[in-house]
Ligand binder design. Structure first.
Ligand SMILES: [Mg+2]
Length: 265
């Protein structure tokens, strides 16, 4: 059951101790799959003020290679925490949550799930970004198709019946073969890349997201923000965000960023 917690207006967030902003991508800074101009400008403004930006997405690790190189972020975490990419000067680096020896077993489990879904729910298709995935499996629930909520629940149950975990975003239902999630992946990446001990400075990091696959991060980060469209997904969030923006998606992200920037002088 969702905890009863009133989401507060984002302007009540005190930005004075801010060090970094961790943000989801789909429907947090994008609209219909396209990065919104206001959000990208806001990222540059935050970066110019010295705020450490971390993107964390259910999108493939192959995409985070590009995001880490071309967006003003310190780290890009992909596949809901399975791995991350960053630039070390001119060198592109990558890290993984699971040790290499576990990844072969994970691959076998994903193949089992893939075959079972094809057999029991043959109308369900793999996500169209599957070619760039390395550690998980994602099924399309809202990108090229719109799967009804009952079908999504059945798909999640099927994935979980194999011993995998599942996370649902606005676009995909993921089969996750290891014990990572967005919060754990970000925590590990921050330690590895920026030498941050998150327990020591948890209140200096803001997380912003919008849907079910942000659940672990909304629970882990006490200073959490939902863009306004999060209201459509509260049923998949045991802990709702602490704050909420007025606007949806990238415009909501930009509102929050303006508030954070103003608070830093
Ligand atoms: Mg999202």
């Amino acid at each position: 059951m969702r905890k009863a917690r009133v989401m507060r207006h984002y302007k009540e967030l005190d930005p004075t101790a801010l060090r970094g902003l961790i943000f989801d991508i789909d429907d947090t800074v994008t609209n219909q799959g396209v990065l919104e101009a206001e959000a990208f400008v806001a990222m540059h403004r935050l970066r110019a003020l010295g705020v450490d930006l971390v993107a964390v997405t259910g999108r493939p690790l192959g995409w985070t290679d590009v995001i880490a190189r071309m967006w003003p972020v310190r780290i890009a975490v992909g596949e809901n925490g399975a791995g991350w990419a960053w630039m070390d000067g001119v060198h592109a680096r990558e890290g993984y949550f699971a040790e290499p020896y576990k990844r072969a077993a994970h691959d076998r489990l994903l193949q089992e799930i893939r075959r079972d879904v094809a057999s029991k729910m043959p109308h369900v298709r793999l996500a169209n970004d599957r070619g760039a995935r390395r550690c998980d499996l994602a099924f399309d629930v809202g990108e090229e198709v719109s799967l009804p909520p009952a079908e999504i629940d059945a798909l999640v149950a099927l994935i979980e019946s194999h011993g995998a975990r599942s996370a649902v975003s606005t676009v995909h239902a993921h089969a996750t073969p290891g014990d990572w999630d967005k919060a754990r992946g970000v925590e590990r990446a921050l330690r590895e890349v920026l030498n941050v001990d998150l327990d020591q400075e948890l209140h200096r990091w803001v997380f912003v997201g919008d849907s079910g696959n942000d659940s672990a991060a909304f629970t882990r980060f006490p200073v959490s923000v939902g863009v306004a469209n999060v209201r459509e997904h509260l049923h998949r969030l045991p802990t709702p965000p602490r704050y909420v923006t007025d606007s949806d998606r990238g415009r909501g992200f930009a509102e929050l960023a303006a508030h954070l920037c103003d608070g830093r002088g």
